[in-house]
Design a protein around this ligand. Structure first.
Ligand SMILES: NC(=O)c1ccc[n+]([C@@H]2O[C@H](COP(=O)([O-])OP(=O)(O)OC[C@H]3O[C@@H](n4cnc5c(N)ncnc54)[C@H](OP(=O)(O)O)[C@@H]3O)[C@@H](O)[C@H]2O)c1
Length: 313
């Protein structure tokens, strides 16, 4: 029977540290600010928006709310992002996805300066992750208790996307060996699957990425020492698809008709095969929010430094 990877407990620890950092920045005259941009009223986005708002309050980060109607034009949205780029009170922006289908989301995302792209979705952030220019944040000497440099040191690199960053942090926290292990990821989105694969590679795992067109998914997942599912398909991963002793990370969030939340993993059958497993809720979700706050503070710390010459004006 698997042990639980308790994301809620880890998130609380991260938030406590963030809170201390926020106080110390305030003493230096820096009020840490996070922008939250919500277009329309997608229920999942509204829930994430409200959860993040509450988390900001608890750690002393000032939330700047931007709620725009579904009918907003691309121009209005881009003007809003330009204003945020120049707003010194805002150190990072969380853009709730998806944007309305008629809006070119990549255009909007890439209008945000990389210095405020705390969810690492812009092309520059993605490129820097792929080029291993930002992965120093997740490099840690395995087999030792030496904390990595990921704490809250000012960074000159880009931000790592919060959800995959949280997955790695959760595995590190529970001392799950990654180097040389086979990590199988299901899902290849820019927000989760792809950056998670890059992070596992940076930590020298052997990586397989699966998606909708993958043939015989079970034959792939059964090879995994670490299995991460990020599809949004409830019950996709069953016990017979998991190698005995594997570590299973369920990123998926699915709302069932009775209002309960579940992941991609059939928890009841998989817990009997895995050695460690994340629950949903209480696994990756809370750590994602904590990493968002941590990245915001990281950005605020950097705002105390001379502006880089590459900063967009
Ligand atoms: N816990 C958190 O903090 C957190 C944060 C972000 C997202 N999430 C959740 O994680 C899930 C994924 O999010 P996302 O933004 O990555 O979603 P997404 O953009 O819709 O991507 C889903 C991925 O899953 C793949 N997929 C879907 N059905 C599949 C199947 N039957 N077999 C194999 N692959 C399949 C898709 O393959 P194709 O590319 O081939 O279509 C795609 O790559 C969602 O449930 C979301 O709510 C959780």
């Amino acid at each position: 029977m698997a042990d639980i990877l308790d994301g809620k407990a880890l998130a609380d620890r991260i938030k406590q540290r963030v809170k201390k950092e926020v106080v110390s920045l305030q003493k230096n005259g820096i009020d840490v600010g996070l922008g939250l941009l919500l277009v329309g009223d997608n229920p999942a986005s509204v829930q994430y928006f409200n959860t993040t708002l509450g988390a900001c309050r608890r750690v002393g980060i000032t939330a700047h709310e931007f709620r725009l109607p579904d009918t907003v034009s691309l121009n209005e949205l881009l003007n809003g992002i330009h204003a945020i780029n120049h707003d010194e009170r805002i150190h990072g922006l969380l853009m709730l996805m998806p944007l309305p289908a008629r809006i070119n989301a990549r255009r909007v995302i890439n209008t945000l300066v990389p210095e405020k792209d705390i969810d690492g979705l812009g092309s520059i952030s993605v490129g820097r992750l792929s080029a291993d220019e930002s992965t120093i944040q997740i490099i840690r000497q395995e087999g030792t208790n030496t904390p990595s440099r990921h704490a809250l040191t000012p960074a000159v690199w880009s931000f790592l996307p919060c959800t995959p960053f949280g997955v790695i942090r959760l595995l590190e926290h529970y001392k799950v060996p990654i180097r040389g292990r086979h990590a199988v990821i299901i899902g290849k989105s820019l927000a989760v699957g792809k950056p998670l694969a890059m992070m596992f590679l940076a930590k020298e795992a052997t990586v397989t990425i699966c998606h909708r067109e993958t043939r015989d998914l079970g034959s792939m997942t059964r090879q995994a020492d670490i299995l991460c599912s990020a599809t949004g398909k409830a019950g996709l991963i069953r016990g017979d698809m998991v190698k005995r002793g594997a570590v299973v990370v369920d990123v998926g969030i699915n709302m069932l008709q009775d209002g309960t939340m579940t992941g991609d993993v059939d928890f009841g059958s998989v817990i009997k095969k895995a050695s460690l497993i994340t629950p949903v809720p209480g696994g990756v979700g809370p750590v994602t929010v904590a990493m968002l706050l941590e990245n915001t503070v990281r950005s605020a710390k950097r705002s105390d430094m001379p502006p880089p010459s590459t900063m967009h004006k």
